[in-house]
Design a protein around this ligand. Structure first.
Ligand SMILES: NC(=O)c1ccc[n+]([C@@H]2O[C@H](COP(=O)([O-])OP(=O)(O)OC[C@H]3O[C@@H](n4cnc5c(N)ncnc54)[C@H](OP(=O)(O)O)[C@@H]3O)[C@@H](O)[C@H]2O)c1
Length: 280
């Protein structure tokens, strides 16, 4: 086990949900944090709550898709703490809608946030980890990075791509002492669904022949609430990935996430297609 104490960790998407839970847990473990997201009031309130002294938590309000914002994040960490030990790439959101109807601009935007900006921020951080011959990069993927569903395949494809980047990067950075970990959450109660609905409003409101299926999709989510996990289920895995002597390449939680990943491995494609099919 490695200690969390005094590790300098950057967390994106820390203004709510999984990122906020990770910030809470890592602070308890003694880490020094740089937390980031766009909603500055929420972010600064969290920083004040976690560290009233202002010595151990730095809030940097930034849009991860903005190059200058990403640079401020890395510069802020180095100026305040003098080094970076780990990056938790967590910021992201979902897009709903049938592939036929989602404007390509919305698809690009989802990839820009969930994938390209994540890669760009990682590129800024790697040299600092490599120089020191140590460090960890934790990417928050999803079960949706292995199982794509109708009306969600835009978001799901961002997470599928993230799987590939994470695996490739793990091999590239291993010689330099840097570990790269993918965490695959299942369904967790956060602001995710609301943010996805908001981002997809123009599509959901004009879904034509797909409209009845959105009702089925919403009902599936309501049922899922019964087995949903809590943000701390994932925060615990982030802590594990940062403290394990040799972290696993991938972690998943809660139990339903592990089950779904097992079924993906086990079941023939047709059965899986049937499980996730459109329903009215
Ligand atoms: N909840 C789930 O069931 C679930 C399952 C699998 C994977 N995930 C993944 O977990 C991660 C966190 O999601 P969550 O469930 O915690 O949802 P959430 O509560 O909506 O949190 C998303 C976070 O990402 C930030 N964010 C979004 N777009 C951003 C941008 N352009 N620039 C900077 N920050 C941005 C948001 O902050 P601002 O709005 O303040 O910028 C917020 O802090 C995402 O990558 C998501 O895909 C979630």
């Amino acid at each position: 086990m490695r200690s969390l104490a005094d590790q300098v960790v950057i967390i994106t998407g820390a203004s709510s949900g999984l990122g906020e839970a990770a910030a809470r847990r890592l602070t308890r473990g003694g880490a020094k944090l740089v937390i980031s997201a766009r909603r500055s009031e929420r972010l600064e309130a969290l920083a004040r709550e976690l560290d009233p002294s202002g010595q151990r938590v730095l809030a940097v309000a930034a849009d991860v898709t903005d190059g200058a914002g990403r640079q401020r994040l890395v510069d802020g960490a180095l100026q305040k703490f003098g080094r970076i030990d780990a990056l938790v790439n967590n910021a992201g959101y979902g897009t709903r809608g049938p592939v036929e109807l989602v404007p390509v601009e919305l698809i690009r935007r989802n990839f820009e946030t969930n994938l390209f900006s994540l890669i760009a921020l990682t590129q800024l951080v790697i040299p600092h980890l490599r120089e020191r011959g140590a460090g960890r990069i934790i990417n928050i993927g999803s079960v949706a990075g292995r199982i794509a569903r109708p009306l969600s395949s835009i978001y799901d494809s961002t997470k599928h791509a993230l799987e590939a980047i994470t695996d490739g990067l793990r091999g590239e950075l291993a010689p330099f002492g840097i570990d790269v970990v993918l965490i695959r959450p299942g369904f967790i109660l956060t602001g995710f669904v609301e943010a996805a609905n908001q981002a997809s409003e123009p599509v959901i409101g004009n879904a034509g022949p797909y409209t009845p299926y959105f009702e089925g999709f919403r009902n599936d989510y309501k049922k899922l609430q019964r087995i949903a996990g809590q943000p701390d289920d994932i925060a615990r895995l982030v802590e594990k990935a940062l403290t394990a002597r040799r972290p696993a390449p991938r972690y998943a939680a809660p139990a339903h996430a592990k089950l779904l990943l097992f079924l993906k491995w086990l079941l023939p494609g047709r059965v899986l297609d049937w499980m996730v099919r459109l329903r009215k």
